[in-house]
Design a protein around this ligand. Structure first.
Ligand code: FES
Ligand code: MG
Length: 579
């Protein structure tokens, strides 16, 4: 470490708080002493903030109190001084109307908590869906060295001898329950078995996608994202974060040395090869922009076309879950399989390049982590569509939908609200065929509000009873990373702000051509123009508070839904404190 040392105790950021012989610094030091610390414990040492998204209602972060202790142990071993700081928990399962309404709140809190406190560097503790992008977005804007500590996936679900996958099996068993194929008792059994340890969803949902992205960007200890939450390796990883972050302070390894156009591209390729959640598009674009990297939907589509899906993990893969992925060698082994498509010279937080990190990785099960010669799917996870329904783009997950819908034409059945749609799908006499294209609008960033995960519209009971389990669905919503099916999502601009989806009527013909990446309503332009003239904007969703501010500043899906005033181009960050 010492030969890389660029900082001295006097040039630490925290020295602005604790160093000067003036009245204000006297106050800072005396209040640290009030907390029970002797001056020699903190003065002149790297002060490490541990930003913890734990709460008693975040079911995925239940192990974080222990992990925070392990990080502190590492920090102290390396000669730093740890300070744990709670930040917004953004639990995925309990936050209504949707956790996405609060991603930017956590991002902003992260940036401001770092900026306003004497932290020389931070360890970010997150994993449940929005926490990963939010913490990273905020820390990138704050600009101090940081390591992201991923919560890790929970163990495989288990019920009555069957393996259960987060989310995916909930949807699947719910369809069977609606079809009358499983009993109330079995349904309760699934409820008790599907989430049975600490950790994030163990399918390749948004959580595991985003932690894999953080890992491949170089922001976690190498390979950390694949370690199951309750594995002892996870504890050891946590203490290694603590030791390493202290060195990063002395080395002054700021995030601009790690998050670059090349590492963002690596992360996008890895995301495609993992069978990533569609949410990755929104979050990766937002994170990249915070680092000054202008990643577009078209860039992602191009990478999607040339990157095969290698991780055989549900829902895009068929058979396995994150625990299997770890045993098969984990993310580093998969990155090694991707090989020279990655820029292996990119630097990572452990001070080594991607190439050095993957040098000794090995695949132990090539059915779980497939070679390029035998991928799960010949293309990557996502495709970006354009057309007169989605001029600024829409997203679909080709591998997770029935191929017969890849080219499809059918009549639209349009719903303006979720409750309206929910009622209709339970109607056994609903006038619908497997060719119908079900549409939900007013479900985007502003309309949802908050861009909820409603995009996997339930298959109507009338079709379920006939044995159908997929159909083409379109919305301006997102969907859970654990979802599947022929669902077109993130239609931009959203209907609530007058995007063309607002003009579609029930009975109009909609055409999807996935190979050509197009999505259109086959309605003459003159007719659309007439409809546009009579369209009126819905009433605003919020009159006050966070929702009001969110509505005023949130961007559309294709730009990552960051707030305009938090984006890098809005202006330079506040300087360091001079008081
Ligand atoms: Fe937390 Fe899925 S609910 S990761
Ligand atoms: Mg999710």
């Amino acid at each position: 470490m010492t030969n890389l040392r660029k900082k001295t105790p006097e040039t630490l950021r925290s020295a602005r708080w604790f160093g000067p012989d003036d009245l204000r610094s006297f106050g800072h030091r005396s209040r640290m002493m009030q907390l029970g610390y002797a001056e020699e414990e903190f003065r002149g040492k790297p002060i490490i903030g541990i930003l913890n998204t734990w709460s008693e209602i975040n079911s995925c972060h239940g192990h974080f109190p222990e992990r925070a202790k392990e990080v502190k142990r590492g920090v102290l071993q390396a000669g730093g001084f740890p300070i744990e700081m709670p930040v917004l928990s953004v639990d995925e399962q309990f936050t209504k109307p949707t956790s996405m309404l609060y991603r930017n709140m956590l991002a902003m809190e992260t940036e401001e908590v770092i900026r306003s406190h004497p932290f020389d560097a931070v360890v970010l503790m997150g994993g449940c869906d929005k926490t990963t992008p939010a913490l990273i977005m905020g820390a990138l804007s704050a600009g101090v060295p940081f390591i992201f500590l991923p919560a890790g996936p929970m163990l495989r679900g288990n019920y009555a001898g069957k393996i259960l996958g987060s989310g995916s099996d909930a949807w699947k068993y719910w369809d069977e329950r609606r079809a009358g194929n499983i009993s109330a008792e079995e349904w309760r059994g699934v409820q008790g078995g599907i989430a049975r340890s600490h950790g994030v969803c163990m399918t390749m949902g948004t959580a595991s996608t985003m932690t894999a992205i953080a890992d491949s960007l170089g922001l976690t200890m190498a390979g950390a994202s694949s370690i199951p939450a309750v594995d002892a390796n996870h504890s050891r990883m946590a203490s290694s974060c603590g030791r390493r972050i202290v060195d990063m302070v002395w080395e002054d390894m700021t995030p601009d040395q790690i998050v670059t156009p090349a590492s963002v591209r690596n992360a996008a390729i890895v995301a495609m090869a993992t069978g990533c959640s569609t949410n990755a598009v929104v979050h990766l674009v937002a994170m990249a922009r915070r680092a000054g990297v202008d990643l577009t939907l078209d860039d992602l589509d191009a990478l999607g076309r040339e990157t095969p899906l290698l991780a055989n993990i549900r829902p895009s893969g068929k058979d396995y879950l994150m625990e299997d992925f770890f045993y098969a060698g984990g993310l580093l082994a998969m990155m090694k399989q991707i090989g020279d498509r990655l820029d292996t010279t990119c630097m990572t937080v452990n001070g080594k390049t991607v190439g050095e990190n993957i040098a000794t990785a090995e695949v132990y099960n090539d059915d779980v982590i497939r070679p390029l010669s035998n991928p799960v799917y010949h293309e990557g996870s996502l495709a970006v569509l354009r057309g007169n329904l989605c001029p600024d783009g829409a997203v679909i997950k080709p591998a997770a939908c029935d191929p017969k819908y890849h080219i499809h034409e059918g009549p639209a059945l349009v719903f303006d609200s979720y409750p309206e749609m929910k009622k209709a799908v339970e109607d056994e006499d609903l006038d619908i065929t497997p060719d119908t294209v079900m549409v939900l609008r007013n479900a985007g960033p502003q309309g949802g509000p908050g861009f909820p995960e409603w995009g996997m519209l339930p298959i109507p009971k009338a079709l379920i009873k006939q044995g159908h389990r997929d159909m083409l669905r379109i919305s301006d919503a997102r969907m859970s990373g654990t979802s599947y099916g022929a669902c077109v999502l993130h239609v931009a601009p959203e209907s609530f702000v007058g995007g063309p989806l607002a003009l579609l009527k029930t009975g109009d013909t909609v055409r999807l051509d996935l190979p050509n990446r197009s999505l259109d309503m086959l309605v003459p332009e003159a007719e659309l123009e007439a409809r546009r003239k009579t369209w009126t904007a819905p009433a605003p969703r919020f009159q006050r508070g966070w929702g009001w501010m969110f509505t005023k500043h949130v961007g559309q899906a294709d730009t990552g839904c960051d707030f305009d005033y938090l984006q890098r181009q809005h202006g330079p960050a506040a300087g360091e404190p001079d008081i």
